[in-house]
Ligand binder design. Structure first.
Ligand code: GUN
Length: 286
């Protein structure tokens, strides 16, 4: 069994990004600039955005955080997005999700200039990705494809089962895995699917993005399968400083020995999601 080391791969590619950043600074006089908008004080979102800002610093990007309180209006947010769309000093920006329920997430995403949409959430970019055209691909699916390539995992002709159909992970992942470069045969499972256990047990590559700790048990994993765990549930822990720890969707302790490759949580997909955002920002700055 090979433990896929997302931290190591992300670190290697970050060093390459830092070199590219220097070239960009030489050429145009300033570093790529990523802006993040954060609404409210959700614990998970706060920590993700902090990590994203820290990552920027590490590779030499400029980063800015725009904060709104929980009761910010949709219009305030849309006005800020319009300003960022027009601001030539901003290469790309993201609006951290989820947003408070009084704000229409789709409206916000559609307000972002697709050329600055480094999350790849705008319907224009989603459409281009579907059509196999160059575009910003959302960070987690992009990060996973980089890991699969780095570890030279054979995807062609393999049965790839994806658990979860979210716009951010499951659905775009299913498109990428079925496209020409990956050439997998893809099954997408979701909350209404039947025979989940049997279908998972037939997967050569199992990508799990449910947000349900230990949902995938050892009996759902085929001998020799590749398992990619996207789960990042925050569960209470008295062993960490923050009082939380991250839990994956796979029962790692029991499933790992059956796998040919498996990602741990933390340290598997998470660092690659963050890396992919840097890659998209680098691309738009170029
Ligand atoms: N919430 C969970 N994942 C993401 C992400 O990749 N980008 C943004 N903006 N919000 C998220």
């Amino acid at each position: 069994m090979v433990l896929i080391d997302g931290n190591k791969v992300a670190k290697e590619i970050k060093a390459e990004i830092a070199i590219e950043v220097n070239k960009i600074i030489e050429k145009r006089g300033n570093a790529p600039h990523l802006v993040a908008i954060l609404v409210g004080h959700d614990g998970g979102s706060e920590s993700y955005v902090n990590f994203k800002m820290k990552d920027c610093e590490e590779v030499g990007f400029k980063s800015s955080l725009i904060r709104f309180e929980e009761d910010a209006t949709e219009n305030e947010l849309l006005n800020t997005i319009e300003k960022l769309n027009q601001d030539d000093s901003v290469d790309g920006f993201i609006v951290q999700l989820p947003l408070p329920s009084h704000i229409d997430e789709n409206k916000v995403i559609e307000a972002i200039d697709p050329k600055k949409d480094v999350d790849g959430f705008h319907p224009m970019n989603v459409g281009k990705m579907m059509a196999g055209l160059p575009t910003f691909v959302s960070a987690t699916p992009l990060g996973i494809t980089i890991l699969l390539r780095k570890y030279k995992i054979e995807t062609s002709g393999k049965h790839c089962v994806i658990l979860g159909r979210s716009n951010i992970v499951g659905r775009p992942m299913s498109v990428l895995m079925s496209q020409k470069e990956m050439n997998s045969t893809v099954t997408v499972l979701h909350s209404r699917s039947q025979n989940i256990k049997e279908i998972c047990a037939s997967a050569d590559i199992l990508i799990v993005a449910m947000g349900k700790p230990k949902f995938v048990t050892a009996d759902m994993v085929k001998e020799g399968a590749v398992v990619i765990d996207v789960g990042t549930s925050r569960i209470k822990s008295d062993k960490t400083k923050s009082g939380f720890k991250l839990a994956g969707d796979v029962d790692f302790d029991n499933a790992a020995e059956k796998c040919s490759f498996i990602t741990p949580v933390p340290g598997g997909v998470g660092p690659m999601t963050r890396l992919a955002l840097l890659l998209n920002t680098l691309e738009t700055a170029k």
